[in-house]
Design a protein around this ligand. Structure first.
Ligand code: GLU
Ligand code: MG
Length: 483
């Protein structure tokens, strides 16, 4: 199992019993013993019955960024924990409109996988009474990790960091547009017409937003803030940072909780990159900090704004890989309608302290809280991304940068759009450019492993082709209610 160029090299030379060895990395994606799973599921099922839960939804996110699901009654949870739920591998080449493509290794009607709920994340759903949710990992029928499983990929990259004594804290901001319910072909009609960031909007939708907060809180999520955003009907919620796989799980849970609360209020939501052509879109900004021995490596170092050499190397790796990372962090071709200058989407491949036009925004936090708060934000990502691919890809690119002791180019202050043309590189302006960068990225290819790398590539190519001649109106109409 490979983990990025540098990781793979280290893994091959290490003793397999050592933390950085193949055995440790394999352990990070292995299922616990069956008897242990059964015992834990039995206890979990008892708790769920006490909480009046009838069924458990087990989700995974496909390469097009759509959350897919299989559900089981609570009575079947033990069997599910022991044997998984059957899921077809062809979901790895599904497109956002439910058409499918094929890829050199994964695709076609044959084969089956087992989807195992992660019982550590099992939680009753506050806005879907009688239901609980758990994210799933996909394994083969023989019990080994499915090489196309995006969540296991994220786990492997987390383990690759751990093998170097590093840990990460991550958080994914969720932006959404809320609209009155209507048919899928209809453009949004808004339940509030209040101004951007306006109290007016919060007042109009006060019960709804309180119910969103309540549901998130009942599910054990630690909300940092909620507020109206720029575009019509747009809001944002952010939650406390946690481990990278946990943050990806949380972003799935937060979005589906918002969707469920909205439905109970007769509203519908869009997390699509762009909901109205030309408007500011929905981002899926990824915040990350790198830690060693309980110390935030983004603070107290000799580098720019207190970065340590390791944090700077990590961020240099991420910055360098951003064009290729867009393939993982912006799944939909519609993402490139969002990723435009002067929309706070981070359309330029540069970094800057608190610069909202830079794809990589450095955040040091306030004086006094910096040791805890310093982090970096990848702004160019949107919520059409599979969050497991997004976090795993960023970690792989960051570790490669750290390994080669990368340094950041000079900081960019101000608006890159106002700079002398050509001074600051634009990120890819369409899927073809991002796909070309991805095809040049040995780091991502090795980290993802061939089956997953190829499946993602096939899905991106197929969606790029689907919308190659579509104008913005058509592309937005086709994607706005899919995410
Ligand atoms: N909605 C903007 C985006 O598309 C981001 C606004 C903000 O900085 O929160 O990413
Ligand atoms: Mg925002």
């Amino acid at each position: 199992m490979s983990l990025g160029t540098a990781g793979a090299r280290a893994a091959r030379t290490a003793d397999p019993a050592e933390p950085g060895g193949d055995a440790a990395l394999a352990a990070a994606v292995a299922l616990p013993p069956r008897a242990e799973r059964a015992e834990r599921a039995e206890a979990a099922a008892d708790r769920l019955r006490t909480a009046a839960v009838d069924a458990v939804a087990v989700t995974w996110v496909d390469n097009a960024g759509i959350t897919r699901v299989k559900a089981v009654p609570v009575g079947g949870l033990v069997h599910t924990a022991e044997w998984g739920i059957g899921t077809a591998p062809c979901f790895d080449v599904f497109l956002a409109d439910d058409a499918s493509t094929t890829s050199p290794i994964i695709g076609g009607p044959t084969g089956d996988l087992r989807l195992y709920p992660d019982l550590d994340r099992l939680v009753p759903l506050a806005a879907q009474p009688g239901w609980a949710w758990a994210p799933g990992d996909r394994h083969t029928q023989a019990g080994g990790p499915h090489p196309g499983c995006q969540r296991l990929f994220a786990r492997r990259t987390e383990a690759a960091a751990a093998a170097r004594g590093l840990s990460l804290k991550a958080g994914i901001e969720v932006e959404w547009v809320v609209a009155l319910d209507g048919p899928p072909q209809e453009a949004p009609r808004y339940p509030t017409h209040g101004p951007a960031y306006g109290m007016h909007r919060l007042t109009d939708l006060s019960d709804y937003l309180r119910d969103v907060l309540r549901a998130l809180d009942h599910q054990g999520l630690d909300v940092l803030q909620i507020h109206p955003e720029y575009s019509p009907g747009q809001f944002e919620v952010s939650v406390a940072p946690e481990g990278p796989v946990g943050a990806a799980d949380t972003s799935v849970l937060v979005r589906h909780t918002i969707r469920a609360v909205s439905a109970r209020h007769g509203l519908r939501v869009s997390f699509a990159p762009v909901v109205e052509p030309g408007a500011v879109g929905n981002g899926g900004h990824l915040h990350l900090s790198l830690w060693r021995d309980g110390r935030n490596l983004g603070h107290g170092g000799p580098g720019p704004h207190g970065l340590t050499a390791e944090a700077e190397g990590f961020l240099a790796g991420v910055l360098d890989a951003l064009p290729a990372l867009l393939v993982l962090g912006c799944s939909s071709p519609a993402g490139y309608l969002r990723l435009v200058p002067q929309h706070w989407a981070g359309a330029y491949q540069c970094w800057g302290l608190e610069n909202r036009e830079a794809a990589l925004r450095l955040v040091t936090g306030s004086t006094g809280e910096r040791a805890a708060a310093a982090n970096a934000e990848v702004k160019c990502f949107d919520a059409s991304a599979n969050p497991y691919l997004a976090v795993g890809g960023v970690i792989a690119a960051g570790l490669a940068g750290l390994e080669r002791r990368g340094t950041l180019p000079p900081e960019f202050t101000g608006d890159p759009a106002a700079a002398e043309p050509g001074t600051v590189p634009r990120l890819p302006q369409g899927p073809a450019e991002a796909i070309a960068a991805y095809e040049r990225s040995a780091v991502l290819r090795e980290a993802l492993g061939e089956p997953l790398y190829q499946a993602v590539l096939a899905v991106r190519r197929a969606e790029a082709e689907q919308y190659a001649s579509a104008g913005p109106e058509q592309l937005v109409a086709a994607t706005r209610w899919r995410y």
